[in-house]
Structures are given as structure tokens and as C-alpha cells.
Write a protein that binds this ligand. Structure first.
Ligand code: ZN
Length: 155
């Protein structure tokens, strides 16, 4: 974990997919401690099967979004990426069969950028920042970079 005034890395434990984890308060804390008055904050996932998305936290909507993701790329479908009999590239010791998660991630985002004004994150009434776990094949530790770009600081 690295921390300075402007950039920090947080590690979030995940254990299923899809899993929407609200990390808004972590981002708000980071922006407050940076003392940046005007600028932007970038929230960035260092993974190809875990996304960062802004959306509404409403439990039924979360269920709808989970169904939507599995319609986009079902975990039960065939993926060449999961066919360890033919795949030879980027094979780890316990390689997860997560082709669906990569394809879902293709349509998600790796990062979100949020404006900072008067020291506050500019989020609309229903906007929350989610880490979106897409690979539920095993518990994961996900590294998220929160990086502030400052236009000016509070005095
Ligand atoms: Zn993979």
C-alpha cells in the first residue's frame, strides 16, 4: 500500500461475482485529506476483471444489473480463455476460468473521473462509486488507485 497526499492505493476483498462494493466514502476521505480545493480525482482499478463504475445503490437495481451482466456474458458459456487444454498464454498456477469476467469488463470501465469543487466530490444525489467484481471464481484482493489531480489547494 502506498500513500501520499495525492495518491493512495486501497485494497478491497471480494468473494463473489458480480459484486458491487460501494467505495464512495473511501474516495471522499482521500479527497478531504488531500486538501485539494479544485481538481479531479481518478479512481482506477488495476485489474482486467474488476471495474470501477458510478451508479445508484438500490438493492433491486443491483439485482437487475447483476442479471444484465450475466446476460452479456454468462459464466456458464464456453470461452477459449477458459479452455486450459488449448490455452498457453498468461497461464498462472491456479488460473481462474474467468472468460465471462473479461468480456463483461470490456463494456465496463477501468476508471471513473470525478470533479472536485470547493473541496467536495461533485457527485449527484444518487451517484455512488462502485468497485465491481466480475470474477467470482475465488476470493480476490483488488487494488484500487485513488489519484487526485489538483488545480488549487485550500489555504
Ligand atoms: Zn483471465
Amino acid at each position: 500500500m502506498t500513500t501520499n497526499a495525492l495518491a493512495s492505493t486501497i485494497v478491497i476483498d471480494t468473494d463473489k461475482a458480480p459484486q458491487f462494493i460501494d467505495i464512495t466514502e473511501r474516495v471522499v476521505e482521500h479527497v478531504k485529506s488531500s486538501n485539494v480545493l479544485e481538481g479531479i480525482v481518478v479512481v482506477y482499478s488495476m485489474h482486467t476483471t474488476a471495474a470501477i463504475k458510478i451508479n445508484e445503490y438500490e438493492p433491486l437495481l443491483i439485482k437487475d444489473m447483476e442479471d444484465f451482466l450475466s446476460k452479456l456474458a454468462s459464466p456458464d458459456a464456453y470461452y477459449r480463455h477458459n479452455d486450459f487444454g488449448i490455452r498457453t498464454v498468461n497461464m498462472g498456477d491456479d488460473e481462474p476460468p474467468n472468460g465471462h469476467a473479461h468480456l463483461q469488463h470490456l463494456l465496463m470501465s477501468t476508471s471513473e473521473t470525478i470533479p472536485i469543487a470547493n473541496g467536495d466530490l461533485q457527485l449527484g444525489e444518487w451517484q455512488r462509486i462502485f468497485l465491481l467484481e466480475l470474477d467470482g471464481t475465488r476470493p480476490r484482493k483488488r487494488r484500487i488507485l485513488i489519484s487526485v489531480v489538483a488545480y488549487n489547494y485550500s489555504k
